[in-house]
Design a protein around this ligand. Structure first.
Ligand code: ATP
Length: 361
């Protein structure tokens, strides 16, 4: 497996003469750790597959370089890059048995028989396929076939990285859950660099130790799931991750105070040097705003509905024209539609033109 460096990497399907702002992948410089479990997360069309195809060699970048363990592989073919890939739909040979399918990538590279048998047995055990090794693949369900595709992707121990492009799309929801956890366990056992593309935050957050969030052709944040939740670097990350997403609201921020809708909110950090002319917003996750009876010092809001999610209830409220979600404390029932919102200042973030501003202690 390898460390992967992207150096000023960018791609345009319309040729590299066009404006960078129109690129499918805007310039990115970042490192993917050797042995890391990464998820590449973002909505449809944000550039995930483009980035994955640049790493695998299916695409040649319009600009920049890709290094595997320090070596420039930007112009090497997919085969020379030594990458394993698992796609959305099963890629297996129906005429072969499950065991032969799993063995194929190793046989192809002339791995000795004893080594092949050992590795196939290990992967089959990890994916619960041992009892199916002698069955012909043709009779299996789409789910089972995709499990074999996963196995084929994981069977080689010498690959630079294993790339997964939405591999659980065709899998039935119950099995999806099991396979997702299984992939995480496999990552721990096999010590491979894995990059998993998905638009599903649950899939990304359960699989990865580092989630790379993309928006409109840009990597907007790369971090541990807890970082993305607690400190979104971009308002898009706040909105896209979490359910409901982060509340974002225009505000006037001065020092340790934010003014929203005529109300003054205390902040835990000081913001004295905000860029002039920037669009200033505050962001706070619904988990850190409580609904209470209206009262002095609370931001006035109107309840539209309450969503009971079992372990937690969220009120959907309006502050002026802006929609907001807030936690309803256990045992609390608002007496009318007017409520007050109580913020936890340590979880209120300030954004300038959508980017997080750190503030001073
Ligand atoms: P999805 O989850 O829908 O696959 P994605 O995040 O993987 O989306 P990409 O497939 O990388 O996104 O697409 C990024 C942008 O590049 C989109 O605007 C898409 O329309 C465009 N694009 C992708 N492939 C091509 C192509 N072969 N030619 C021209 N434009 C393309």
């Amino acid at each position: 497996m390898a460390r992967i460096d992207l150096v000023d990497l960018a791609h345009s399907y319309g040729g590299n003469g066009t404006d960078v702002e129109s690129y499918a992948l805007k310039p990115v410089t970042m490192t993917w750790r050797q042995g890391g479990a990464y998820a590449l997360l973002g909505p449809s069309g944000c550039g995930k597959t483009t980035l994955l195809n640049l790493i695998s060699g299916i695409l040649t970048p319009s600009r920049g370089k890709i290094l595997f363990d320090g070596q420039d592989i930007t112009h090497l073919t997919t085969q020379k890059r030594n990458i394993a890939q698992v796609f959305q739909f099963p890629v297996i040979y129906d005429t072969m048995t499950v065991g032969q399918n799993l063995a194929f990538p190793l046989k192809n590279r002339g791995v000795p028989r004893s080594e092949i048998d050992k590795r196939v047995a290990e992967i089959a055990r990890l994916l619960d396929l041992t009892q199916d090794l002698d069955r012909k693949a043709t009779r299996l369900t789409a789910d089972a076939k995709q499990k074999i595709s996963l196995g084929r992707g994981l069977v080689r121990s010498d690959v630079a990285a294993v790339l997964f492009d939405e591999p659980l799309t065709v899998i039935d929801p119950e099995l999806k859950w099991q396979l997702r956890s299984k992939l995480k366990a496999l990552h721990r056992e096999l010590d491979l660099t894995m990059i998993y593309v998905t638009h599903d935050q649950t899939e990304a957050l359960t699989f990865a130790d580092t989630v790379v969030v993309m928006h409109d052709g840009r990597v907007v944040q790369s971090g541990a799931p807890a970082d993305l939740f607690e400190k979104p670097a971009h308002t898009f990350v706040g909105y896209f991750i979490g359910s409901p997403g982060m509340n974002i609201m225009a505000a006037e921020v001065r020092g340790r105070e934010a003014r929203i809708d005529g109300h003054t909110l205390s902040l835990s950090r000081s913001y004295d040097a905000l860029p002039s002319g920037a669009r200033i917003e505050i962001g706070v996750r619904p988990e850190f705003v409580d609904v209470a009876e209206p009262g002095p010092g609370l931001l006035a809001a109107n309840v539209e509905r309450i969503d009971d999610l079992g372990r937690i209830r969220f009120a959907r409220v309006r502050v002026g024209d802006v929609k907001f979600a807030a936690r309803v404390p256990a045992g609390f029932a608002p007496s009318g539609s007017s409520v007050g919102l109580k913020f936890d200042p340590s979880h209120v973030h300030v954004y300038a033109d959508s980017h997080l501003v750190e503030g001073a202690a």
